[in-house]
Write a protein that binds this ligand. Structure first.
Ligand code: FAD
Length: 301
């Protein structure tokens, strides 16, 4: 993901010119500002701006005239209470703006999260770079036999080498034709907005993405989860590292009640009560479907 020397200089310049402000400042977020965190082979995520901190969540919850904070312990307790009881609006008072460089097929999953603001690099206006996501051999796996929506065993060396060759060759051939199509050397040249249709879904795009903390936690709960596709999960993991430093108390509550917590159905609660009372409950006596029972047992075992 190397940035050009000009891009590096722009980032260094921004970081070298701090200004005094009356706004809430999170020291943890300041350390991340503007710096790209590498993700996948050419991607990155970097924090462009943020609004609010842990205290801002309490300030909004208490509808305060001042900072809204009491003691650190008090604030942490309030944040945990809000998270535990799905009292979400105070978390919406904090916002994060990211610059993300990601493969198009990852962007397609990401863009489904509608409660955010996006501005994407224009491939009508600009020429896309010759950069494609090529997985590491250890991430190249066969279709899972248990989960239709996932991958299973890692491919053997011979098959993996063959697939990687195809991925590279196809991507570069498509890009060669893209370049040839848009060239106006001795021909009219196809418009960039049309020629891009020939590019593969592993080409990289970029966008600015702004989201409030409540909806960011929703995104992270789904995409930092082990069931999410690896290629989006690594972006979610990188963002988790930033959020942990930006709003540490809110992130701790998120880890406790969302990432590490579970939701049980009414049948699940009933079964758990029966089990705790010493009854041997089976799928047949649980009232749950086979799949639901397996998921339930993964929680309680
Ligand atoms: C593991 C996994 C597998 C998936 N598989 C598929 C798949 O096979 N096919 C597929 O199409 N998608 C799939 N998705 C995408 C998924 O269905 C959601 O579109 C995506 O996770 C975004 O979630 P969201 O709508 O809650 O988020 P957001 O769009 O950010 O919305 C956040 C919340 O705002 C509210 N909201 C937003 N817009 C509306 C609206 N118009 N009306 C009412 N309420 C709204 C809802 O409460 C919503 O939960 C998958 C997602 C995951 C994590």
């Amino acid at each position: 993901m190397p940035l050009t020397p000009e891009q590096d200089a722009e980032i260094a310049d921004l970081r070298a010119t701090p200004r005094p402000t009356l706004r809430a400042v999170s020291e943890g977020a300041e350390a991340h500002l503007y710096v790209p965190k590498p993700v996948l082979d050419h991607g990155f995520v970097r924090m462009i701006d943020y609004m609010g901190d842990d205290a801002a969540i309490c300030q909004a919850a208490r509808v305060s005239y001042g900072r809204g904070t009491k003691s650190v312990q008090n604030d942490e307790g309030l944040i945990r209470y809000l998270m535990r009881h799905w009292h979400s609006t105070p978390f919406e008072m904090c916002e994060l703006k990211l610059h993300v460089k990601l493969p198009v097929f990852v962007a397609r999953q990401w863009i489904r999260h509608r409660m955010a603001n996006v501005n994407e690099y224009s491939a009508r206006y600009s020429i896309l770079d010759r950069e494609f996501y090529i997985p590491r051999a250890e991430d190249l796996a066969a279709q899972s036999r248990q989960n239709n929506q996932g991958r299973g065993d890692v491919l053997g060396a011979e098959e993996s080498a063959r697939v990687l060759d195809w991925l590279r060759e196809d991507a570069h051939r498509a890009y060669d034709h893209y370049e040839a199509m848009i060239s106006d050397d001795g021909q009219q040249g196809v418009a960039r907005e049309l020629a891009r249709m020939n590019l593969p879904a592993n080409i990289y795009t970029q966008w600015y993405w702004k989201v409030d903390l409540h909806n960011l936690f929703h995104f992270l709960r789904l995409r930092a989860d082990s069931h999410a596709q690896y290629e989006i999960r690594v972006y979610a993991d990188a963002i988790c590292e930033m959020v942990k430093d930006w709003v540490p108390a809110a992130y701790r509550a998120f880890e406790e009640y969302r990432l590490g917590g579970v939701t049980l159905s009414a049948s699940g609660v009933e079964c758990l009560r029966r089990m705790l009372a010493g009854e041997e409950v089976t799928q047949e006596t649980s009232g749950m479907s086979g799949r639901e029972w397996r998921e339930f047992m993964e929680i309680v075992e």
